[in-house]
Design a protein around this ligand. Sequence first.
Ligand code: ADP
Ligand code: F6P
Length: 498
Amino acid sequence: MRQSSLVVVANRLPLDDSAAPDGACEWRRSPGGLASALHAILEQTPATWVGWAGGVGPAPTLPDIGSLRIRPIALSEAELRGYYEGFANSTLWPLYHDAVEQPVFDRGWWETYQAVNRRFAEAAAEVAEPQAAVWVQDYHLQLVPQMLRELRPDLLIGFFLHVPFPPPELFTQLPRRVELLRGMLGADLVGFQRPQAAHNIAQLATRLLGAQATDDTILLDGRTVRTGAFPVSIDVAEMQALARRPDVVSQAEQLRIRLGRPRRVLLSVDRLDYTKGIEHRLTAYSELLRDGRVQVHDSVVVQVAVPSRERVDSYKVLRDRIEGEVGRINGEYGRVGEPAIHYLNQPFDRAELAALYQTADVMVVTPLRDGMNLVAKEYVAARADGSGALVLSEFAGAAAELEDAFLVNPHDVDGLKDTLLQAMDASPADLKRRMAAMREHLRNHDILAWARAYLTELDHTGRLAERLPTPPPGQPPRTRPARPVPRQRTVARRRPRA
Ligand code: ADP
Ligand code: F6P
């Protein structure tokens, strides 16, 4: 096995197998924030990506993607259930998202989560050169940093959590809280989306492990672990280039015609997930129709809900509820040839997404809780002419950066209705001003800036960041986190309490 000096370890590879139109197996880019973000930088960087290709049974043989080598990890049916669908997506995912859905604590899943984490750690140890940097991603692999440190103490180990990291009141519900915390803290640098998360882990390390901690340093077992906020972003240049492509522009025009040339197109693009607030949004829209504040011939809603985690019970139930509600709203308010909601439960390629973003006068992104939400950033990047309104939940990480969006509390349905109308009726001058400010922010905070900031913090010599693709002309290379992180709030040392 060839070795690399940079290894990324993430549950999912950036490729999904899907059936081509002729029925053959075709690999396409996986939906989901993590794959979108990392794929953009790693395609052009000599590195190895260790991850799962979807499906069960022996790992497939996958070609390199540009200069990126792929090291697939096999999962059995039982592992898929216990590790991915169980511990990762039925315990950690809901708990880390404010427990908006009840987390399931099934004791049987823990063994499998540990075993699969060990498999990822062993694969990473195998493909990492001496003194290489290994960058572990997300809640699926929280035990990998410590396991890897035991296997390969020579490595520089980074961990980045793409989802929110909860406050102690929620985290301490976890029966395996000590092991999970120690697992993450096996890294040299633990990165989060928001500064609050770094504060939460400092409190937890103090309370549960008796560590000495500030909001950017944790002293544990004689080792220093650094923590900080590095808000993830998108490949802005890619989305801007797509949005300018003549075929995408004409696809957007066609879409608008097919939608009946309404005055306003409202668009939402989500994984079909209970954290995304899809039901709250449908309720708000349906009430606007009921109250006569919007009419179907005038405003059209397009809801893209890409299938996700389809075998997990809570996701099946959610899909049934959403599809029932879309049916009810269309039945009640639609007219022949004029549905109130165009509902699409399917994946799209990047060009199709860019065309959809261009068609949307109002982009509605209203998760109940979201680590970042890259869809909001993609919309802003795609609005080449500076028009368009972004309605954005206060509870998405992106809200801290896209402050000129129409910010909203998605739990407040009346507030959501008013904000939707405000965005639909805003003056072109107001929209241009808001969009210009958000586009300016994104120009300086793209995916490269994120990776550069994280890797420079991981390795102060700059050796890692230098290997990333060069930034587009006119954009200075960033070497610090994109947003200042509050420093040095000391958390008092306490006795460990497991
Ligand atoms: P999450 O990480 O929870 O999936 P994000 O909004 O951060 O949420 O990221 C979602 C990513 O998945 C975006 O890059 C988006 O373009 C992509 N995506 C969403 N819906 C689809 C779809 N129907 N087809 C293809 N990609 C999608
Ligand atoms: O961003 C959170 C995340 O869990 C990513 O790790 C993942 O790529 C994305 O959501 C999609 O989820 P899944 O890999 O379960 O389809």
